[in-house]
Design a protein around this ligand. Sequence first.
Ligand SMILES: [Zn+2]
Length: 267
Amino acid sequence: MPEGDTIHKLANYLGPRLEDQQILSAGGARADVARRLNGRHIEGVSARGKHLFIELDNATALRSHLGMHGSWHRYARDEEWQRPQSQASIVLRIADDDYVCFNAKEVELVRLSSVRNRVVNERLGPDLIGDEVDAIALARRAREFLDPEALLIDVLLDQRVASGIGNVYKSEVLFIERLPPDKMLGEVSDEKLAACFSLASDLLRKNLGGGMRVTRFENDSAGSVWVYGRTGQPCLECDTPIRSLRMGKNHRGTFWCPACQSARDHD
Ligand SMILES: [Zn+2]
C-alpha cells in the first residue's frame, strides 16, 4: 500500500510535468472518466492522504487512489509498457509522453468545490504531511470513528482519522512509542495516542525528500528502520528477535519487538 509520503512524492514528480499542459487525449479501462478528460488543461497536481488529485481547468479534478496494487507510470510515446494495457485504468497523453495509472483502486472525476470538500471532510482525516496537525484532536477523532476495542494498528491505518500512515510507519511508530501491537484504543490515553500521530507526522515529513525510507536516524549502519521487515533479526535496542504476524482488520504484516513493546510499562 502506498504510504502518504509516496503519494506526495508522486505529486511532486508529476506536478512540474503536468501543470499547464493539455490532455491531448485520454483513454484506459475507465472510459467513462477518460471521455471527460479529453482536451482539458491541467492546473495542478496535489496529494491528500493517499489520494492524488490532478486538477483541471473546469473546477474538477481527477482523483485516483492507488490501493494496494496501483501505480502511475510515465512512458515516452513509443516506449514499451511494463504492464499489460488491460491493466491501465487511465491513460493521459500529454506532450510527448503517456501517463498511465495502472490498477487504480478508485478513479473518479470530482468537483473541486463541493465533492472534493466532501471527500476531504468526511472520508479523509487531516493529512499528516500537508496540514497543521492538532494531535490531541486526532486522538479524539479516533474515538469518534472507532470502538475502544479497535487495535492501535487499525487506528493508525484508518484514513478517516488521519491520512498518510501506511503499513511501514504503523509498525515503526508503535515501536518508537513502545506500544505492543495488540494494544487497543481504549487502553491508551489521548496524550499517548497524540504522541503517535505527532511522531507519524514528523516521520512522514522527514521522508519527503526521496530515497530510502528512514524512521531510525542513528549514526550507524545498523538500519534505517527499527522493526519493519526485520522478522527474526535482533532488535536494534535490546537484541530480542523481532516478531511479525499478519494482524488487524486487513491482516497486514505487523512487526514488533516483544521485549521493548511488552505491555508492562506504559499507560
Ligand atoms: Zn527490543
